[in-house]
Design a protein around this ligand. Structure first.
Ligand SMILES: Nc1nc2c(ncn2[C@@H]2O[C@H](COP(=O)(O)OP(=O)(O)OP(=O)(O)O)[C@@H](O)[C@H]2O)c(=O)[nH]1
Length: 496
């Protein structure tokens, strides 16, 4: 039944490495099995070729004993095995094969393979044709009912090398296939979830080098994966955001804290696209960062709206304390600044001066030149007053109508007089024609008041400074306009 032939490698094995008994035993083994003796630890008992005693004992086993051993191995193999003769008949069938085919082995012996499984016949016929050409039929998968099997058919040859039949082995792959399918479905499911998710997943190594990113990133940036992996993703970030992005990322890498940043990446259509990058570290049981798992989210539309809102808020904030016509701080801001400077002056015991300014005969200007010209005049005077103040701490505000107020911190009465005259000269120097004025051009009247803190017994209030400056302005108007008048600050003057 078995083909007795020794592989060339065994003929060529140097005799010095083996005892004669081991050599004989090996030949015996091959004669019985058609295979080289095993060389693994599993086969240690029979591969100790140079242990004459043991080999002698093995050789003393009779052919029938060995046949019995082989038959029991064959019968209880977990793989379906059968031998088929040249007339396509089952010669022997093991239990596993009988279980696969669902027919008791005794009923199968002598029957033609096609009787039980018609699709076996063409397979056997093909295997025999291959064997005749000294070829082996390639292993294949074979479906039977609703199960899938791995099938291997090998020719058996007699002592003359002629094909005497076929040995057929079958392994049930159904469970493995089901597991494979389940795994594939689960991967597919995961991929679909990822594809539908607005977040684009990515991973990086512990040093922050990108190791993987979803193909959807390419759809947004237009960059193929190899152009963003490693450190190359940095080049895809807008140059204005790059430094900030690297600082955030380096901080996360150093501290292990999650990453959360918004940066502009290049975009295939609109040039740049706002994206939110988030990542968290995965740690080993030893507490080392093994990998970073991250997402990139397209937040372009939201970010644009957000930026618009920030701009609008900033504009509103500016509008809230700026006069729309002259762009000077408005009266509300004047009160805020005066309050702040008053407290500071009191704390520092430093003088604080206030100049109230009013354009002369402005009603006549409006009446003669029209309201738009009056507006233009107000704008010009405002700009001139602002430019005429030299110290960065000095502030000129529009108090209302054609009235302005300048707050001069750390300025004594003398200093306030000097500044007031400079303002008066600067406006006069503009030479804006004013036919309704006795001076022929636009002029201003100014009243100054200075608060000089006197210590804890100081009874001066913030309103007292304003009242004094206002009183001074009133005097300047009464004394003929186009001049500066000073008034001392006293407590509780009559309210304005
Ligand atoms: N064009 C323009 N005129 C304004 C604005 N605010 C106030 N005025 C005008 O300024 C004028 C102020 O007139 P008055 O308070 O009588 O003062 P005046 O004519 O300057 O007289 P004196 O202050 O006594 O020299 C009024 O006609 C207001 O309508 C403004 O924003 N634009």
């Amino acid at each position: 039944m078995w083909c007795v032939s020794t592989p060339p490698s065994w003929h060529n094995r140097p005799a010095a490495t083996m005892t004669p008994s081991a050599w004989c035993w090996n030949i015996e083994y091959m004669a019985a099995t058609g295979r080289e003796p095993p060389t693994s630890r599993f086969g240690e008992r029979i591969m100790r070729h140079d242990d004459p005693k043991e080999n002698q004992a093995l050789l003393r086993e009779t052919d029938s004993q060995r046949l019995f051993q082989l038959e029991s191995m064959y019968a209880s193999a977990p793989v379906g095995l059968c031998f088929i003769d040249l007339a396509f008949r089952y010669v022997t069938v093991n239990d596993a094969m009988a279980a696969i085919l669902g027919i008791p082995p005794a009923l199968m012996a002598g029957h033609e393979v096609g009787e039980f499984i018609p699709s076996f016949r063409p397979l056997v016929s093909e295997a025999l044709a291959h064997a005749a050409r000294r070829q082996v039929l390639p292993d294949r998968e074979f479906s039977l009912d609703d199960r899938v099997y791995f099938i291997r058919i090998q020719p058996a040859r007699d002592a003359c090398g002629e094909v005497s039949g076929l040995s057929l082995a079958m392994i049930d792959l159904t469970t493995m296939k089901q597991m494979e399918r389940a795994l594939r479905e689960s991967q597919e499911h995961y991929r679909n979830m990822v594809e539908l998710n607005p977040q684009i997943p990515w991973t990086s190594d512990p040093d922050g080098r990108l190791t993987d990113v979803s193909s959807r990133f390419q759809r947004i940036t237009g960059l193929p994966q190899q152009d963003v992996l490693g450190d190359r993703w940095v080049e895809a970030i807008h140059s204005e955001d790059r430094r900030r992005a690297l600082e955030s990322w380096e901080n996360s890498l150093k501290t292990g804290l999650p990453l959360d940043m918004e940066v502009r990446f290049c975009h295939v259509e609109r040039g740049w696209n706002w994206m939110r990058l988030r990542a968290a570290a995965r740690y080993s049981p030893e507490g080392q960062i093994m990998r970073w798992y991250g997402t990139a989210e397209d937040i372009h539309e939201r970010k644009l709206l957000e930026l618009k809102l920030v701009k609008a808020n900033r504009r509103l904030e500016i509008q809230a304390h700026t006069d729309a016509l002259t762009r000077l701080p408005n009266r509300r801001e004047f009160k805020k600044v005066l309050g702040h400077e008053f407290m500071r002056a009191r704390r520092a015991r430093a003088p604080l001066s206030l100049i109230m300014i009013d354009i002369d005969y402005f009603k006549a200007f409006n009446d003669h030149y029209g309201h738009p010209s009056g507006d233009a005049c107000l704008r010009l005077v405002a700009r001139t007053l602002r430019r005429a103040l030299k110290r960065s701490t000095d502030v000129v505000t529009r108090f209302g109508g054609e009235e302005f107020a300048a707050i001069l911190p750390d300025t004594d009465p003398g200093g306030a007089q000097v500044v007031a005259r400079q303002l008066m000269e600067a406006v006069r120097a503009l030479g804006i024609r004013h036919q309704g004025s006795e001076f022929g051009s636009v002029t201003i009247s100014l009243g100054t008041a200075t608060y000089c803190p006197a210590g804890s017994e100081d009874e001066i209030e913030q309103a007292d400074i304003l009242n004094a400056a206002d009183e001074a302005l009133y005097l300047a108007k009464n004394h003929g306009r186009n001049q500066v008048t000073m008034m001392a600050v006293t407590p509780r003057l009559s309210p304005r």
